[in-house]
Design a protein around this ligand. Structure first.
Ligand SMILES: C[S@@+](CC[C@H](N)C(=O)[O-])C[C@H]1O[C@@H](n2cnc3c(N)ncnc32)[C@H](O)[C@@H]1O
Length: 286
């Protein structure tokens, strides 16, 4: 499989490290803060995010048709590893197994990418996605956890903030509730560029959160108009965070989105001590 070769380049050859290959083990944004702003129950969602936490949080409130488009080629494989762990293990083990501590591996956390945990879950992983199993099995059998960890971003938030950002992680009850829901949902994955991806269908909701800082203003506009084409009438789009200089540039905003139905909405930040602000666009029926 070519993907294995690409993964090994990421693991072994520092000079070939590609940031668009990095997996975010958990969301680094407060998804809990913006979920209530969208009508997701029995609706469709297109989202970005290699952590797949957007999928879990949307499913948690009844969204039943979810597509993830992410440039990271490991997104789908990581989703199935995370899903299998969610279905087989409790909330504490799930967090410890998948969450690298803030700024690197916490060697006192023996559960992080623990081979025994993997061995126990691999049959289920194989049933859920043979491709994902093929990749994780190769990795767990050929590399130690310190090496596999190089596939993940390590600038992820501390566990307390991760819990605070995800409704499904609030309590054991919420976590188990998601378990029952997620098994009935079909999630589609596109490994592609959100700027100009063609979907061949429409979505009721689109979340373009946390991508603008990879883009220039031209890309942001292209991404917006391309996504607008894929949005249903009266559909709603989350356009990243207002703190980002591109998104918050007033001249850019007034020129680019003149006469458009866009609101700036303050939401709680990841940490309880800060606020974020997002842009939400509503597509009026034409
Ligand atoms: C800053 S990260 C935020 C991670 C996100 N909060 C999560 O939960 O995974 C941005 C995400 O967008 C993806 N991404 C960046 N540029 C992209 C592009 N042009 N097209 C599709 N995905 C992109 C990255 O791979 C990553 O998953």
């Amino acid at each position: 499989m070519d993907i294995i070769k690409e993964i090994e380049e990421q693991l072994i050859d520092k000079h070939k490290h590609n940031i668009f290959f990095d997996i975010y083990s958990f969301s680094n944004e407060n998804i809990r803060g913006y979920v209530p702003l969208f009508d997701l129950k029995n609706k469709s969602l297109l989202t970005v995010g290699s952590s797949s936490d957007q999928v879990f949080n949307a499913a948690y409130v009844g969204c039943d048709d979810i597509t993830v488009c992410d440039i990271c080629p490991l997104t789908e494989y990581y989703y199935y590893l995370k899903l299998t762990t969610l279905l087989m293990y409790g909330r504490d083990d799930y967090l410890k197994y998948l969450c690298q501590s803030f700024l690197g591996i916490d060697h006192s956390n023996e559960l992080f990418l623990n081979k025994e945990i993997y061995e126990k879950e691999k049959d289920m992983l194989k049933r859920l996605s043979y491709e994902a199993y093929y990749i994780w099995d190769y990795l767990f059998n050929n590399y130690d956890r310190e090496t596999i960890a190089k596939l993940f971003r390590n600038d992820i938030n501390p566990i307390k903030d991760i819990i605070n950002s995800n409704n499904y992680l609030s309590s054991d009850k919420d976590y188990k509730r998601l378990r029952n829901i997620i098994q009935n949902i079909q999630v589609n994955f596109i490994n592609g560029n959100i700027i100009n991806q063609e979907y061949g269908r429409k979505f009721d909701n689109i979340w373009l959160s946390n991508v603008a800082h990879f883009l220039n203003q031209g890309d942001v506009l292209e991404m917006f108009y391309n996504s607008d084409n894929a949005l249903s009438d009266n559909g709603e789009m989350l356009l990243s965070y207002f703190w980002h200089p591109i998104i918050s540039d007033k001249d850019f905003l007034s020129e680019a989105f003149n006469n458009m139905d866009i609101d700036q909405i303050v939401i709680p930040g990841v940490s309880v001590h800060e606020d974020n602000s997002i842009l939400k666009y509503t597509k009026k029926k034409r």
